[in-house]
Design a protein around this ligand. Structure first.
Ligand code: CTP
Length: 446
């Protein structure tokens, strides 16, 4: 009996897949189809498939062409499978020509002509094509535009900057650039707000009033009334309003939070997170200084997120200590916030003009989690115990610092109308609360 094996994602199963499977089957007597797992697809950069592995397996099963369906979970598995199942022929479409020649050592490799004019990518793009406009001056504008290229079903409609761009090259990255926000809104279905934090509220509000979904760098607003008004407009108009914190969507961060919740280090007693950056600023350029982000609005929400996700919002006490400058440097270059909970404490340290070790440590009754600097974009962390040889090491690949996964999450919310935000509204409001205290110097000033 001649055994044939082929692999694929088979998302939104289409005519091209069926033709490939028919021809693969015709090459022998028994066809094995490997369907990629969701985790493996993510690892190899296919990040926004429409269907889960169960749905994709079911679609392949329904074709009636596969004698056996297996799941492909790791790189190199093809060799294992070929040996394990005694495969004679490995085949895939011609888009992979050359890529699998190494399998010739194990069986015969045949590339079949790919069917022209159809692909899962095109189907996904047709199903949902969202135009995102970007408003702001920071270098994050270019990063975000670049990350959109990795996500199906989204295109960047342009950039609006109302002030001087941080980096002159940025404008060249965009095919459409304007200083008129209304023009950008007219060309967009959704907006990414990354303007100066003092403009987040107005940019978000104008977008929502025009019926556009919004993803805004946290904190979204500067006062409680403002953020409540924004959520009210979003609800009335059925629009998505979501905080942007790229770390929240990185796989390593998400897995760390889940591990902590399973009691891996016992009861959590302390969460300590530090995020800092240093930039050289021209202290004589008042226009640029006015546009500078303070340490809290640059880093605060990122550092607070693990505190709130692990310990909740019911803290008994909090203390904010900020280093706020004079008239020229009228923002916090450094902020420290302490929290006291019933059975735990937390502290964050953020700096934009003050540098420190950007690590995170979560201490528990049975051990601790150590996330090395820069923890907010780490792929790696350790769970350590009293016995120094008892260390569990975790590695999760992260592409694009989490931004592309965040864009996928935003699109999912838009297309499914789901209200289930990963960063809850209560947490969003809490970010705003601390912003207010610092803006109004209702904190200890050093
Ligand atoms: N295939 C094909 N003709 C097409 C599309 C896919 O012959 N028009 C083949 C691929 O070469 C592969 C198998 O079908 O052998 C599974 O491909 P998969 O990657 O799941 O499908 P694509 O449509 O190429 O998916 P995507 O657009 O996400 O890359």
């Amino acid at each position: 009996m001649k055994k044939v094996i082929t692999y694929g994602t088979y998302d939104c199963l289409h005519y091209g897949h069926i033709r490939l499977l028919e021809r693969a089957k015709a090459l022998g007597d028994y066809l094995i189809v490997g369907v990629t797992s969701d985790a493996y697809d993510k690892e190899r950069g296919k990040i926004n498939g429409c269907q889960s592995v169960l749905e994709r397996v079911e679609a392949v099963r329904k074709t009636g062409l596969a004698d056996l369906i297996i799941i492909e979970e790791y790189e190199g598995q093809k060799i294992d499978d070929i040996i394990k199942y005694g495969v004679d022929i490995f085949t895939v479409g011609s888009d992979w020509v050359g890529k699998f020649d190494y399998l010739n050592d194990y069986c015969k490799v045949i590339y079949l002509d790919r069917t022209q004019g159809v692909s899962s990518t095109e189907i996904r793009t047709e199903n949902k094509s969202i135009r995102i406009g970007i408003v702001g001056e920071s270098t994050l504008t270019s990063k975000f535009r670049h990350e959109c290229e990795f996500v199906n079903g989204v295109m960047v409609s342009g950039l609006c900057y109302e002030d001087i761009l941080e980096d002159k090259k940025t404008a060249k990255d965009f095919s459409y650039v304007t200083d008129n926000y209304n023009d950008l809104l007219d060309k967009s279905d959704a907006i990414y707000v990354v303007s100066h934090p003092s403009k987040h509220f107005i940019h978000t509000k104008e977008a929502l009033l025009k019926g556009k979904h919004v993803i805004c760098e946290a904190p979204i607003a500067e006062t409680k009334d403002e953020i409540e008004e924004l959520f009210k407009i979003a609800d009335e108009k059925g629009l998505v309003l979501m905080d942007s914190i790229k770390t929240a969507y990185s796989l390593a961060y998400q897995r760390l939070i889940l591990l902590m919740k399973t009691g891996n280090i016992g009861d959590i007693v302390s969460v300590d997170a530090t995020c800092t950056s240093l930039h050289n600023y021209d202290l004589t350029n008042e226009k640029l200084l006015k546009r500078r982000w303070g340490s809290y609005n640059a880093w605060g929400p990122t550092a607070l997120l693990p505190v709130f996700q692990l310990l909740g919002l019911n803290y008994k006490d909090s203390t904010v200590i900020s280093k706020i400058g004079n008239d020229k440097l009228n923002f916090d270059t450094f902020t420290k916030i302490h929290f006291v909970y019933d059975n735990a404490v937390a502290s964050i340290k953020v700096g934009n003009g003050v540098k420190s070790e950007g690590e995170m440590i979560i201490s528990g009754t049975k051990g601790y989690a150590y996330v090395p600097a820069p923890w907010w974009k780490t792929e790696y962390f350790e769970i350590r115990h009293e016995d120094t040889s008892d260390v569990k090491k975790f590695y999760f690949k992260i592409d694009g610092e989490g931004i592309r996964y965040e864009i996928v999450a935003f699109l999912d919310l838009i297309s499914n109308g789901v209200k289930n935000l990963y960063i809850s509204r209560d947490i969003s409001k809490e970010f705003v609360k601390f912003q207010y205290l610092i803006n109004n110097k209702e904190c200890i000033n050093i």
